[in-house]
Design a protein around this ligand. Sequence first.
Ligand code: NHW
Length: 435
Amino acid sequence: ALGNKSNSKDLGEHKFWKTQPVPQFPTSSSGAALEEGAIDSYKTPADVKQEPGALPSGFVWSLIDIKNEEQCKEVYDLLSENYVEDDEAMFRFKYSKEFLLWALTAPGYYPDWHIGVRVQKTGKLIAFISGIKIEIRVRSKTFDSADINFLCVHKKLRSKRLTPVLIKEVTRRVNLENVWQAIYTGGVVIPTPIGTCRYWHRNLNPPKLVDIGFSPLPRGYTIARLVKSYSVPPHPRIPGFREMTETDVPQVGDLLRRYLNRFDIAQTFGKDEEVSHWFLSGQGKEDKDGKRVEQVVWSYVVEDPTTNLITDFMSFYSLPSTIMKHPKHDMLKAAYMFYYASDVIFQPGGSADDAATHDLKTNRKLEERLNALSNDMLSIAKAADFDVLNALSCLDNNMFLQEQKFGPGDGYLNYYLYNWSCAPIDGGQRTTSQK
Ligand code: NHW
């Protein structure tokens, strides 16, 4: 499974990371409660260098206009050949051009946080790093942050310390916009994760997943038996379950914000415009020439048939992987569970209940609801021909992963904050092994 299973503490020297405003490991777990907040001293954009840092000779900086089709294709090609692979080099993420456009043009994005490096002579794009601005809340503090992603250096130019140059350049451009924090994730362990999630995988196409070596054929199983055990209902079953539309945005936004408030860290999705972007703009309409655009995000709501109010919302996105060396299959159609929310937790409990009983009942209701919703999403994903639905152990996912027959993967995802010290956050990965 993608996501790099190497989750052991890397005790390398970290020549670069030890110079950065990030907590260094081992983090102090001694006594006094950690003061959460900025690590660096206070600065303003006037303190920031006006010129980009120096690249090795023969290379030049090149801002990427991701809305330009050719430039978007160049990033797409770089990532298709050089982006994240699993440890066994069987699969490599293959983000679509539509995905890149969606992920990099969210409301409030800065075009000059999309940074490329080219070979001076040929113009060939050989490295990329990007940021967008999002607002996040960490426990009780809310602030603007860069969300850094798609860091990639061409395979032929690895281990030449280009990465620190890219990171320093994106930091500079972020700081010039008066933003001083960043959030990012990675399969690698560097100083210092705030939390770690585990990847889980729900098999939707057993013959193919066994054939390509993504899943084993469990002992005592035939393919036919496996197909049966992973079959899903042909259609969603919750009354009022339907595709989300633009008119749902205010209600979904309100529901999602209230829902996410329960977690230690979350994007705030403060504006409806953001809700519309993240859950609808990738919904695969026709472009101006009538061509169908590849669908990136799939969002569904439950509209209560009696009140016409939106009670629930759930989404996933499409992120295929290249299958690197298989005679028959070259593409794994993977969907990834994205955001969701449900109002069952906000409904008043019976007046006779004490607080603990109320919490217990609420949890049980939520568990039931999330299972019904995710089961409907499995029907949608299967009907759309996805081979697998992946999910992390974050949010309330542990309430439905096992019941919906997701299996724990060998990949982990570490979460990082730049210039923000923060007590550890439980990523739900449950350190003990479980079946
Ligand atoms: S994670 C995906 C990262 N991309 C890939 O894995 C693609 C395939 N791999 C590659 O392209 C999502 C290369 O292997 C890369 C490393 C480019 C990864 N994060 O150039 P050198 C993201 O995009 C450190 C952070 O020789 P290389 C998030 C490494 O620890 N640091 O390595 C990105 C070492 O430093 P150290 C990473 O193998 C977040 C140094 O790079 C890293 O040729 C970025 C070695 O450099 C990683 N994934 O190329 C941080 N991988 O101190 C944003 C390696 O240990 C921070 N390194 O010696 C915030 C900035 C904004 C702040 C704003 C206030």
